[in-house]
Design a protein around this ligand. Structure first.
Ligand code: PEP
Length: 251
């Protein structure tokens, strides 16, 4: 039985006071929720503050990005050891904004994934096609390539500590959510990819989240689908009420 996850990606939003207030609110309002795994990805400068607020609560937290080297002359980067040091247990790898705005290719994401796993940071590996790729009929090929190259050399055992987030780029921050049919079709395709390339067991166990304009009024139609194991949420994770609703609706 795959435990559902609701994860909030705060992107480059909030300042220290509002980040702390939101994290505290989430931990307090959702303290009794056991059926759903709750995760947040605050901006990096505020991660260190999360330790105090979230320690001993069911809310996990992690970074929106990291570098693949352990240490060294990499100005501006954050190492996996640093993330562990400040209590992170998770990291987003390959969010479409990293892929597109910061030109992160699959080969780089593969290195980041491997390092995250080495440091026992659970990666949420994000994949997804653009509108153009969908409309030109290349969508399954694109997803297959992202899986194949991103996960190259990652073992079946390591996959027990990986979450996949399918986020169609055209649905992120646009208000255009994938229809339940579109989402289920792709999630089933991704699960099947794991069946073919790893095993039935991996396919059955790996959690595949949907991301892209999730809101309290559309989550139920998505979360109830067979192959959708939760949501990675941007905009609606920035308000306490909508985020807590998303978690409650996913129970
Ligand atoms: C995201 O940033 O991963 C995301 C899905 O954003 P939004 O929910 O705002 O579309």
């Amino acid at each position: 039985m795959r435990k559902k996850i609701i994860a909030g990606n705060w992107k480059m939003h909030l300042l220290a006071d509002s980040a702390l207030e939101l994290a505290r609110g989430i931990a307090e309002d959702l303290k009794d929720v056991q059926e759903v795994e709750i995760a947040i990805f605050p901006p990096s400068p505020y991660l260190i503050l999360m330790k105090e607020v979230l320690n001993g609560t069911p809310v996990k937290y992690g970074a929106q990005n990291m570098y693949f080297e352990e240490k060294g002359a990499f100005t501006g980067e954050i190492s996996p050891g640093m993330l562990k040091d400040i209590g992170c247990s998770l990291v987003l790898i390959g969010h479409s904004e990293r892929r597109k705005i910061f030109n992160e290719p699959d080969s780089l994401l593969n290195r980041k994934l491997k390092t995250a796993l080495e440091f026992q940071l659970l990666p949420y590996f994000c994949i997804g096609e653009t509108l153009e790729e969908r409309e030109s009929g290349k969508l399954f090929k694109v997803i297959e390539t992202q899986l194949k190259e991103g996960l190259a050399g990652i073992s079946e055992k390591q996959l027990e500590s990986v979450v996949v987030a399918y986020e169609p780029v055209w649905a992120i921050g646009t208000g255009v959510v994938a229809t339940p049919e579109q989402a289920q079709e792709m999630h089933a395709f991704i699960r099947d990819w794991f069946r073919k390339n790893y095993s039935e067991k991996t396919a059955e166990n790996i959690r595949i989240l949907y991301g892209g304009s999730i809101k309290p009024d559309n989550i139920q139609g998505l979360i109830s689908l067979k192959d959708i194991d939760g949501g990675l949420v941007g905009g609606a994770s920035l308000k306490l009420e909508s985020f807590t609703q998303l978690v409650r609706y996913s129970r």
